[in-house]
Design a protein around this ligand. Structure first.
Ligand code: PEP
Ligand code: MN
Length: 263
C-alpha cells in the first residue's frame, strides 16, 4: 500500500480542511521536545506561529533513555497542548507510546510514533485501525525497507494517512547525535507515495547544526520539517542542546521558506 508502483500519485494528507501535507507545500512543525507548563507551551506556540510554523509539536509522553530522566507531563501535557492549540489555532503533533493510550489521543491532530517504537508492530496495527494522520519516525538503526514496512503495518489496517519522518540514524559518527540520511528523502519518494518530513533537531543534537540540515532537507525535496524550539534552551527538561530559541527559529524558518520558493 505504501509502494509507488501501485499508487503513482503523491499522497496528500489533509488536516482540518485547510492544511495539506504532501503535494508541494512546505510545512514546519515546531515546539519544545517536552511540554513543561502552560506558560511555556503557549508562549512557544505563539512565537513559532508568528514565524510561519503550521503545527505545534510537544512531547507529553517521553521515551527517555534513562528511567530517571523527566518522563513528560503525560495526560496533563496533552491538555496543555490543547490549550496552546486553542490560543493559536495551530494543530498539534505529539508522541504516543502505547496502544492503550489511543483513546486519550483522539483529539490530537497528528499522532507521532517515535523512533524507538517504529517496530512496535502491535502499536502500529492498532494505529492502523483509526482514521488519524500518523507521523512515523525512522527507527534508530532502521533501513529504509524496514521503515516502509512499518508504514505498511499501519496502512494494512486501513489507515493510509502516514507521514514518514527521517530523523537521523545511528552510524559510527558520534560528533552529531545521529547521521541525517539525506538520501533517504529521494529514495523514499521514489519507492513510496507518502509525504516525507525531516527532523534536523534529533539528527543534529546541536542547535547550530539545525539550520544547515533543514536547508539540505528542503533542497532534497522534503515535504516539511519538525524542529525543536524552546524559550529557555539551557533549562529545557529534555533536548535543550538541540533546541532553537524562538529568535533562532525565526531565522531558520525565513531561510527555509525562501529556499523552498526558489526551487
Ligand atoms: C522527539 O521527537 O522528541 C523524539 C523523542 O524523537 P525520536 O523518536 O526521533 O528520537
Ligand atoms: Mn526531543
Amino acid at each position: 500500500k505504501a509502494n509507488r508502483k501501485f499508487h503513482p500519485d503523491d499522497t496528500k494528507i489533509k488536516i482540518n480542511d485547510d492544511i495539506t501535507i504532501g503535494g508541494g507545500s512546505l510545512h514546519i512543525m515546531a515546539g519544545p521536545c517536552s511540554v513543561e507548563s502552560e506558560a511555556q507551551i503557549v508562549d512557544i506556540a505563539k512565537s513559532v506561529k508568528a514565524s510561519g510554523a503550521t503545527f505545534l509539536r510537544g512531547g507529553a509522553f517521553k521515551p527517555r533513555t534513562s528511567p530517571y530522566a523527566f518522563q513528560g507531563l503525560k495526560a496533563e501535557g496533552l491538555d496543555l497542548l490543547k490549550i496552546a492549540r486553542k490560543e493559536t489555532g495551530l494543530p498539534i503533533v505529539t508522541e504516543i507510546m502505547r496502544a492503550s493510550h489511543i483513546d486519550m489521543f483522539e483529539n490530537v491532530d497528528i499522532i507521532q510514533v517515535g523512533a524507538r517504537n517504529m517496530q512496535n508492530f502491535e502499536l502500529l496495527k492498532e494505529l492502523g485501525k483509526i482514521d488519524k494522520p500518523i507521523l512515523l519516525k525512522r527507527g534508530l538503526s532502521a533501513t529504509i525497507e524496514e521503515w516502509l514496512m512499518s508504514a505498511e503495518y499501519i496502512m494494512a489496517g486501513g489507515n493510509d494517512k502516514v507521514i514518514l519522518c527521517e530523523r537521523g540514524i545511528r552510524t559510527y559518527e558520534t560528533f552529531t547525535r545521529n547521521t541525517l540520511d539525506i538520501s533517504a528523502i529521494p529514495v523514499v519518494k521514489a519507492l513510496s507515495h507518502l509525504p516525507v518530513i525531516v527532523d534536523p533537531s534529533h539528527a543534529a543534537g546541536k542547535s547550530w547544526l539545525v539550520e544547515p540540515l533543514a536547508m539540505a532537507a528542503v533542497a532534497a525535496g522534503a515535504d516539511g520539517l519538525i524542529i525543536e524550539v524552546h524559550n529557555d534552551p539551557p533549562h529545557a527538561l529534555s533536548d535543550g542542546a538541540q533546541s532553537l530559541t524562538p529568535e533562532q527559529f525565526d531565522k531558520v524558518a525565513k531561510k527555509v521558506f525562501a529556499l523552498k520558493s526558489s526551487i
